[in-house]
Design a protein around this ligand. Structure first.
Ligand SMILES: Cc1cc2nc3c(=O)[nH]c(=O)nc-3n(C[C@H](O)[C@H](O)[C@H](O)COP(=O)(O)OP(=O)(O)OC[C@H]3O[C@@H](n4cnc5c(N)ncnc54)[C@H](O)[C@@H]3O)c2cc1C
Ligand code: FES
Length: 255
């Protein structure tokens, strides 16, 4: 796959709003980034004033080339994401990207499987695919505020919650075999907790459906220049998640 140009963009914040408990949605004006971004790629955000040396990686959740805007969702975890909530419309935000390799966006009917903040990059994927359905999982209905973003971009949504407050009670991977057995899907794209991605890949392998997974590792440079995000592939290659991924074919990274 040809490399997209990695560049630092001094963007202007358009909106930065809380969308759920501890989760924020930020939209920035970044015309060149919006043109270049592909689903599954990420950016490195420089949060100023938090005393941080390292940028924070966030998956690209949407890019509108006509409007020149890029969307990100972030969960407030530590210093960087907490400080990011203080950015207001008109502020400048330095964003490096687009980084890494994204999902396959070629023709076909894709089942997107996601949970937690993994639903941010797969939202962008849903928006770029011609045919897709989504299997969304969360602990409870409150965590599934994502449905309003997926509804316009998907042909059907399948929902699970751990507590049964929305959709089917249980995990996404409990529903997955039945969905795949319909034979409707050409491939699966998954992003969420690692255990969910591994299980999703195993079920896909059993049913002969190709599966892409989007890994999340602690990162420093985000450019393939340090060792922070190294993993070993199943065939013994040393991979940089930031550069070779974060999206991989499941069989490359899960045995
Ligand atoms: C490729 C990639 C894409 C990502 N996309 C998103 C996204 O779209 N939305 C989003 O909310 N988050 C995303 N993350 C995670 C996000 O980068 C971290 O939550 C963020 O950097 C935390 O920064 P902080 O300064 O607030 O917290 P820190 O002070 O750095 O950390 C707070 C706590 O979170 C833990 N932590 C921080 N980062 C990670 C991580 N990557 N994996 C596991 N534990 C971690 C730390 O160990 C610490 O306990 C992504 C990470 C990667 C690598
Ligand atoms: S974060 Fe430095 S090589 Fe990946």
């Amino acid at each position: 796959m040809p490399e997209t140009k990695k560049e630092n963009h001094i963007t202007e914040v358009i909106e930065n709003v809380k969308v759920s408990e501890g989760v924020w949605h930020i939209t920035v004006k970044a015309p060149k980034l919006a043109q270049a971004a592909k689903p599954g790629q990420f950016v490195q955000v420089l949060v100023e004033g938090a005393g941080l040396l390292l940028r924070r990686p966030l998956g690209i959740a949407g890019a509108d080339a006509e409007q020149g805007t890029v969307e990100l969702f972030y969960r407030v975890l530590g210093k960087g994401t907490a400080k990011l909530t203080g950015y207001r419309a008109g502020d400048s935000l330095s964003i490096l990207g687009p980084l890494g390799h994204g999902f396959d966006t070629s023709a076909g009917n894709v089942l997107i499987v996601g949970g937690g903040m993994g639903l941010a990059p797969t939202k962008f994927l849903a928006e770029r695919l011609e045919h897709c359905e989504a299997l969304l999982g969360g602990r409870n209905a409150g965590e599934l505020f994502w449905t309003k973003y997926y509804e316009p971009a998907t042909e059907a949504m399948h929902i699970t919650t751990d507590d049964g407050s929305m959709g089917t009670k249980g995990f996404t991977v409990a529903v997955l075999p039945e969905l795949l057995a319909t034979g409707k899907y050409d491939r699966v794209a998954v992003c969420g907790p690692e255990i969910m991605m591994k299980k999703t890949f195993e079920i896909c392998r059993e049913q002969g459906v190709p599966c892409e997974v989007s890994l999340e590792k602690r990162m420093a440079c985000g450019l393939g220049a340090c060792l922070s995000c190294n993993i070993d592939s199943t065939d013994g290659r040393r991979l940089h998640v930031c550069q070779d991924g974060p999206v991989f074919r499941g069989e490359e990274v899960f045995a």
